[in-house]
Design a protein around this ligand. Structure first.
Ligand SMILES: [Zn+2]
Length: 236
């Protein structure tokens, strides 16, 4: 029964992910044909200045969608389609990354939690799968291995919760960076008023990709629980 639901949900998330990717690409493309009143770099400089932030450098990072804020290096990386570009998409993306710098500067709690969890999230994601797999193997081959297998599966689930928590925290952090970007864009003249709805659509679609990451992570958690429950039946 659980396995049946797993496949239904997996299919649903796959379709949703496909729709969001297409939407994001088309909105970003549309916005990149619309000129803005300032370049992405000028927008970052002004936004940082207005929030009283200094000491952050803007760097170019080759590739598409490679934009990010690195608190460790105090750098904002802008990709090929953003760096020095004068388009609605470039300004929206740059302002979003700058939004992270503002979160960091203000010491926003949820942002700090995300930063704290970030290094562990990837490791825990991999390790948890190995622990659960070990649990399944032990339960299957060792004599009276059911209890140990069940314990290992539970351990793997607990380890995976760190990854799940990371994605859970990431979504509001990303939405908040976008809403800061949108607010500052609205209060300035970086983009014409009539083009703001396109900037909003780009930010909205980019944010949806994090909702998918969260849903996928929840699905993995569900899968691990199903695997654990398959051991349950074999416990003595
Ligand atoms: Zn972001």
């Amino acid at each position: 029964m659980g396995g049946y639901w797993y496949y239904i949900l997996a299919l649903g998330i796959m379709i949703w992910s496909f729709v969001v990717q297409i939407t994001l690409q088309s909105k970003a493309k549309k916005g990149s044909t619309m000129p803005s009143n300032m370049t992405a770099n000028e927008v970052v400089e002004q936004m940082l200045r207005e929030h009283g932030i200094s000491g952050i450098t803007i760097c170019h990072k080759s590739g598409d969608l490679t934009d990010c804020y690195s608190p460790r290096e105090s750098k904002i990386y802008l990709s090929d389609t953003t760096y020095n570009q004068r388009t609605v998409t470039a300004v929206a993306v740059a302002a979003h990354e700058c939004g992270h710098a503002v979160q960091d500067h203000e010491g926003m709690m949820i942002y700090r939690v995300r930063q704290f969890l970030a290094p562990a999230a990837g490791i825990c994601s991999n390790v948890s799968v190995y622990i659960v797999m070990a649990g399944l193997v032990v339960a299957a081959i060792a004599e009276h291995g059911g209890d140990i297998g069940y314990f290992l599966c539970n351990l793997g689930i607990i380890v995976y919760l760190v990854t799940f928590l990371f994605y859970l925290v990431m979504l509001p952090v990303e939405r908040n960076a976008s809403s800061r970007a949108y607010k500052d864009m609205k209060n300035s003249n970086w983009v014409d008023e009539s083009d703001m709805k396109y900037a909003y659509k780009v930010l909205r679609a980019a944010g949806d990709t994090y909702a998918i990451s969260l849903a996928s992570s929840a699905l993995t958690l569900f899968r691990l629980v199903l695997l654990r429950n398959s051991v349950k039946g074999r416990r003595r």
